[in-house]
Design a protein around this ligand. Structure first.
Ligand SMILES: Nc1ncnc2c1ncn2[C@@H]1O[C@H](COP(=O)(O)OP(=O)(O)OP(=O)(O)O)[C@@H](O)[C@H]1O
Ligand SMILES: [Mg+2]
Length: 534
């Protein structure tokens, strides 16, 4: 509850409730807007219902009434070749706009305190309709109050949305303050290229970092290197200073890495030995459950040389001829050695102790390698987390549609799905980012309970039908017309009560990365530097 006076509730009067065949009702009210007062799909408005109570509605539709522009009058003017000559809305007696608002909450002024509850009243025809203050909006949406104790992401006032005549000079307050605990229920960020996803992720990560929660970024586009360095984190490069253990891959992944063995007895040998070593590993872990020392964990798992040695041991049992045995081992060795990211297990325990952010720079990996590195990394982290050897942490996956694709199965998809399903209990918080919601597994994003939807093409928006919460189609369609950095924040009732347009903060602490190069400048530079060959 907050201290509230009339001025803390109302920001500006924008119109008055009208009576017609659908308004007012228990679900909606319509109002005639005052001249030059504009609101947009998603804007929150309020209207008094008496006894200190007021309803909070969200704009869902609008129409303009202007009899001078009826088809017949416009036709007459066209035929007679005369200009339209009628007064503007401000002076007119028959031009006006009507907006419709869906009622979402009810506010109640109890003494000097503001309470928000389920709506139970109907709007009163003739009552004024006002824009509520940011404080009312924040409370109606279930946002937090103290920016220091929350993830401070931005504001619900969007410059072109509500042009305030009064304090437009003043920077609106950041009232989008989320409980840090929301990250446990995973986050989804979707939007077309350049819409502001990475910027928003940057703001989110800076805020998460405030609570010293470790962050692991699997950075497929080199977009978060500057952010990582800005937060005193460490950037690791697969194959250089970052490797995953062979034993962190799945059998399917390993077999696919050695395509030259396909259909041969050698492939059976590889599968047999790999599965046997994995089982042995599991049995060892079962036996030492709960008593693993850091050293045990570091040494657990197996690498290439152990696999090759054991294949030699297993070959006679499969009745392989010495030549095919040698060939199988040789092919396994050459194929696997080619992947420089396979090697020793990374010491996550120390890494997370020493650095607040770890960025695995996957920019140079192809899609298959990316899936392997992400899958193996997530398995290693999940394993350590389940044993409580590393703290709860946040994992950021950019280009997530490549990792959890819709309609295709991959081992990497399995571990991501598992993380979203059980991560909440283990303290593994996933942030999934994509420019292509059509291509991402819907089951996975449905489990991400807080969602940021940026501008998207209509076909991409269609694919988000199941996760848009109570955001209306008009709200989503308007996104491309809103300033850069605007998105619809939505979720489930426990996280974000109602979908609402928000504007992400512009004051990043860390530099944004991965900016698109200016190709015109680069081409000019190339021409001026290069000499014409003789
Ligand atoms: N909230 C914001 N405040 C200020 N500038 C912003 C904001 N959001 C985005 N921008 C600007 O827009 C640019 C593009 O945004 P961003 O890099 O986040 O796009 P993206 O959605 O990640 O695109 P891509 O899919 O191509 O990676 C940023 O570099 C930044 O200059
Ligand atoms: Mg980006």
């Amino acid at each position: 509850m907050i201290e509230a006076t009339e001025s803390m509730i109302k920001q500006q009067v924008v119109g008055s409730v009208i009576a017609d065949d659908v308004s007012p009702s228990f679900d909606t009210f319509r109002f005639k807007a005052n001249a030059n007062e504009y609101v947009y799909p998603g804007t929150l408005v309020g209207t008094d219902v008496g006894d200190g109570k007021f309803l909070i509605g969200r704009i869902s539709a609008s129409i303009e009434v202007n009899p001078h522009e009826s088809a017949s009058r416009a036709k007459v003017r066209e035929a007679m070749q005369i200009e339209a000559d009628y007064p503007e809305e401000e002076l007119s007696t028959n031009i006006y706009r009507v907006y419709e608002a869906d009622i979402i909450e009810e506010g109640f002024l109890k003494g000097e305190k503001l309470e928000i509850s389920e709506p139970a009243d109907m709007a009163k025809a003739g009552s004024e309709v006002f824009l509520p203050t940011e404080t009312v909006i924040a409370q109606a949406m279930g946002f937090e109050k103290d920016p220091k104790k929350s993830l401070c992401l931005g504001q619900t006032r969007i410059a072109t949305d509500v042009e305030l005549t009064t304090d437009s000079e003043q920077e609106p307050p950041n009232n989008v303050l989320l409980k840090p605990q929301f990250i446990q229920r995973h986050l989804f960020i979707g939007g077309t290229t350049g819409s502001g996803k990475s910027w928003a992720t940057g703001i989110l990560l800076e805020e998460i970092n405030k609570f010293v929660i470790p962050i692991v970024i699997l950075d497929s586009q080199n977009e978060y290197i500057a952010l990582t360095e800005g937060l005193d984190g460490k950037v690791l490069k697969p194959g250089e200073d970052y490797t995953v253990r062979l034993s962190s891959l799945t059998e399917t992944e390993v077999l696919e890495l050695v395509p030259t063995l396909k259909g041969t007895l050698g492939q059976e040998l590889l599968a047999y030995t790999f599965i046997r070593l994995k089982r042995r590993l599991l049995a060892r872990e079962e036996k030492t459950k709960g008593q693993l020392s850091f050293l045990d964990v570091r040494q657990s798992g197996f690498g290439l040389s152990e696999l090759l040695d054991e294949m030699k041991e297993d070959a006679p049992g499969l009745e392989m001829k010495p030549l095919s045995q040698r060939l199988a081992i040789q092919r396994t060795q050459t194929s696997l050695e080619r992947h420089k990211f396979l090697g020793e297990k990374t010491n996550w325990v120390n890494l997370l102790k020493e650095h607040p952010v770890i960025n695995v720079d996957c920019g140079e990996l192809d899609q298959n390698q990316l899936q392997l590195v992400v899958g193996a990394t997530l398995r290693e982290l999940q394993n350590l987390r389940k044993k409580n050897l590393i703290p709860p942490h946040v994992i950021v996956l950019d280009e997530a549609h490549l990792l959890v694709p819709e309609g295709q199965d991959s081992p990497c998809k399995q571990v991501i799905r598992e993380n979203v399903r059980i991560g909440r209990h283990y303290g593994i918080c996933m942030i999934l980012i994509t420019q292509s919601p059509v291509d991402i597994d819907k089951k996975t994003i449905r489990q991400c309970n807080t969602r940021f939807i940026f501008a998207l093409e209509p076909d991409q928006l269609d694919s988000l039908r199941g996760v848009k919460a109570d955001a209306t189609d008009d709200m989503l369609k308007r996104l491309p017309k809103m300033p850069r950095g605007s998105c619809i924040l939505s979720g489930t009732y426990e996280t974000i009560k109602h979908a609402i347009p928000i504007r992400i903060r512009s004051d990043r602490k860390t530099p944004p990365g991965g900016e698109a190069p200016n190709i015109l400048d680069e081409v000019l530079q190339w021409h001026s530097n290069s000499q014409i060959a003789p």
